[in-house]
Design a protein around this ligand. Structure first.
Ligand code: ADP
Length: 696
């Protein structure tokens, strides 16, 4: 049934959000024939969600309080544009009961649960009381009304340390602290109260037993206004930083079908207990120790219910083949759920990685800037497009401001099983072409290739426990440096080709440098690592010597072949690798970035290379001007010579031609001996000039 002749007809929807979720919701709304209306703050006037919408209405200045969180302005925008419904996305006003009431008052359909259901789950303490009623298991703890310090401390003692203090009104990990012992209790309580008062204007606390190695497993539920409820299986979101999710997957690894069903049914009971309608997520903690046992022996505990669509909903879409936004819109229009429980199936495995504009190596500090490039590089090898989804709210050229959440996009992959999904994710992350803004891309790659993640040894402190591996500065090998050098050499050649394109007509680079000294640094301020490159006589390969800290040099023979776009094939001593090669300007020079699945190397190319520069004219003199014979070598290799010193004599057509030093320097090697025949264009010798020359 179309949404236009549903019990509550929908022809248009306003999305009271921004970024990737606004774009995501509009995609389905458009497919269902709805007119889409975006809202925006001044910081987002030209944002992607505004560009993609049929209409867009300005809310106000950049701060969320004056724009996306301003209920009156959002309602006014809906009236102005004649929106039949408002989809709140996640965050912002999505779990605000007052906003739902305002929609009702304005006779606009709110795509989400009734205000009463939001209110019931909005407070963690009263939510726990309701859940206990519905027979949903709770973490042992205290969630009573009495709040005096002595009583709370006594309750904590009864529960047994460690305990977790949580703000009743809390969310987003705020007002939450682990308390290890009775001695620390008072200080932690004071701290949590302060935080909670500042963030939520409320200082009520609850206490829970702190599970030291739990998994975060949540169940997707859906209810319609006819009283039907189903669960669309679960997601494991154990990999978190600062209690915020980084990787999510569905289904949860190693969950027995019995436990899956028990959790699913408990989640539907939880939703129905509060008269839920729409998409919701019931979050549970799972005792990691009991994950493979049967449902009777396993402990899972209700944590909270999120009364909205979750960031990580795409992994559920991928394993069920359902469009959850479509379900939301249908339910909001008063239609029944599209499927019953026994019609829902679970196929394969899906993983989502959240791409944040942040610096993992700097305590996940949010990053800002202008995205120079953004997207999945189609030239990356081995990607299966039908298995990969990139949900983003940005495009190249967009600004990333400090006003909103730093999440830029979500990369979601699907595989026949978890192993395939992991491999797909690794490749997709390598193909993610993003520059201009620091992101956690490389960190995500390290996560998905970590042996314990691959083995699904998951718990909510995964990142903390594997800190050393995940944040390790990967050692840069000499081979990495040699590969970067080949990229640099290719850039130099390209630059000189552009300057004198006719040189390429016979495939013979008359003026290309034969000897280049390059320098790389692992990071700004680290000592330069010199590389000496010598082009082979055939011009197809380079001999490279990498010399670190005066240690013995490592020698390589390498070549680079350009493929499509940024893709290159680099062969080093017979080992060919397909990589994406990019350069980014940085303070210390140009950073050469090479990526492949599970691999990234970044090296700063110090652009004060000493290129033994052979100008067109000079080079011509060092190559045989025509077919002939070498008749004299006039200097010894290595002997210092002045510019203009005669070096070699070639006889051709009965005339002698003398080639002279193009600059002060020395002949490194003669490639022919007296009596040898040479062809026109043959390089006769390798010359190193004493003077450094910038660039080519
Ligand atoms: P918020 O609403 O602030 O996000 P939650 O109650 O959802 O807070 O908890 C957030 C995260 O904190 C969970 O995903 C989990 O990692 C951790 N957590 C919450 N309760 C416990 C507990 N009792 N024991 C151990 N970890 C917990």
């Amino acid at each position: 049934m179309s949404l236009t002749n549903a019990p509550r007809p929908l022809r248009s929807v306003l999305i009271a959000n921004r970024g990737e979720i606004a774009c995501r919701v509009m995609r389905t709304a458009r497919r269902l024939g709805l007119r889409t209306i975006a809202v925006y703050s001044d910081a987002d006037a030209n944002a992607r969600h505004v560009r993609e919408a049929d209409e867009a209405v300005r809310l106000g200045p950049a701060p969320a309080r004056e724009s996306y969180l301003d209920i009156d302005k959002v309602i006014a925008a809906a009236k102005l544009s004649g929106a039949d419904a408002i989809h709140p996305g996640y965050g912002f006003l999505s779990e605000n009961a007052e906003f739902v009431a305002a929609c009702e008052a304005a006779e606009i359909v709110f795509v989400g649960p009734p205000a009463s259901a939001i209110a019931a789950m909005g407070d963690k303490a009263s939510a726990k009381a309701r859940m206990a009623n519905a027979g949903v298991p709770l973490v042992p703890g205290y969630h009573g009304e009495a709040q005096d310090d002595a009583l709370l401390r006594e309750e904590a003692g009864k529960i047994g340390y460690p305990v977790l203090l949580k703000a009743s009104a809390g969310g987003g990990g705020k007002g939450m602290r682990v308390v290890e012992s009775d001695r620390e209790f008072q200080a932690a309580l004071d701290g949590c109260r302060r935080e909670s008062r500042a963030a939520f204007g409320d200082e009520r606390m609850l206490i829970e037993k702190y599970l030291t190695q739990p998994r975060h497993v949540e169940v997707q539920v859906f209810c319609d206004s006819q009283g039907n409820g189903v669960y669309l299986f679960e997601r494991d979101c154990s990999v978190q930083r600062r209690h915020q999710k980084v990787l999510e997957e569905a289904p949860a690894p190693n969950l027995s079908p019995a436990l899956r069903q028990a959790m699913g049914e408990a989640a539907v009971r939880a939703a129905q207990e509060i008269g839920y309608v729409g998409a919701g997520t019931v979050e549970f903690l799972l005792d990691a120790a009991s994950e493979t046992s049967s449902s009777e022996a396993v402990h899972f505990y209700f944590m909270e219910m999120n009364t909205r669509l979750q960031v990580e909903h795409p992994v559920t879409e991928m394993i069920t083949g359902e469009d959850l936004v479509e379900w939301q819109l249908r339910v909001a229009a008063g239609l029944p759920l599209p499927k019953a429980q026994d019609e829902l199936t679970l196929t394969g495995h899906a993983i989502e990685a959240r791409l944040y504009a942040e610096d993992p190596d700097n305590d996940f500090l949010p990053a800002t800037g202008t995205l120079e490039r953004f997207g999945l590089d189609p030239n990356a090898g081995g990607l299966a497009p039908e298995r990969v989804r990139l949900d983003s709210g940005v495009e190249a050229g967009d600004d990333v401001s400090m006003h909103y959440d730093p999440m830029l996009a979500k990369l979601i992959v699907h595989g026949e099983d978890r192993g395939q999904a992991l491999a797909e994710m690794d490749r997709a992350l390598a193909a993610l072409d993003v520059s201009g803004v620091t992101t956690n891309r490389r960190f995500l790659q390290r996560l998905v290739t970590h042996p314990d993640f691959i083995a699904a040894r998951l718990d909510t402190r995964f990142i903390e426990h594997h800190h050393d591996d995940l944040f390790a500065n990967e050692p840069v090998t000499d081979a990495d440096i040699a590969r970067a050098a080949l990229v640099a050499l290719d850039r130099l050649d390209r630059a000189s080709d552009e300057r004198s394109p006719w040189e390429r007509s016979d495939g013979w680079r008359l003026n290309a440098p034969q000897h280049v000294r390059l320098a790389f640094a692992e990071a700004e301020g680290t000592p330069p690592i010199p590389v000496v490159a010598t082009r082979s006589a055939s011009h197809s390969t380079w001999q490279l010597s990498v010399n670190r800290n005066g240690e013995e040099s490592n020698h390589y023979e390498g070549k680079l072949q350009r493929l499509d776009g940024d893709a290159v094939a680099i062969t080093l001593d017979g080992h060919r690798r397909r990589l994406l090669a990019r350069t980014e300007l940085s303070a210390g020079g140009e950073t050469i970035i090479l990526t492949a699945a599970g691999f990234e190397s970044r090296l700063i190319w110090r652009r004060s290379d000493r290129v033994d520069h052979l100008s067109h004219e000079v080079a011509a003199k060092l190559s045989a001007p025509m077919h002939g014979t070498v008749v004299a070598l006039l200097v010894e290799p290595g002997q210092p010579v002045e510019k203009g010193t005669p070096l070699v004599v070639v006889e051709a057509m009965k005339m002698e031609h003398t080639l002279s030093a193009p600059a002060a320097g020395a002949v490194e090697a003669f490639h022919f001996k007296v009596g040898d025949a040479v062809a026109q264009g043959d390089e006769l010798l390798a010359f190193a000039s004493a003077e450094a020359t910038e660039g080519v």
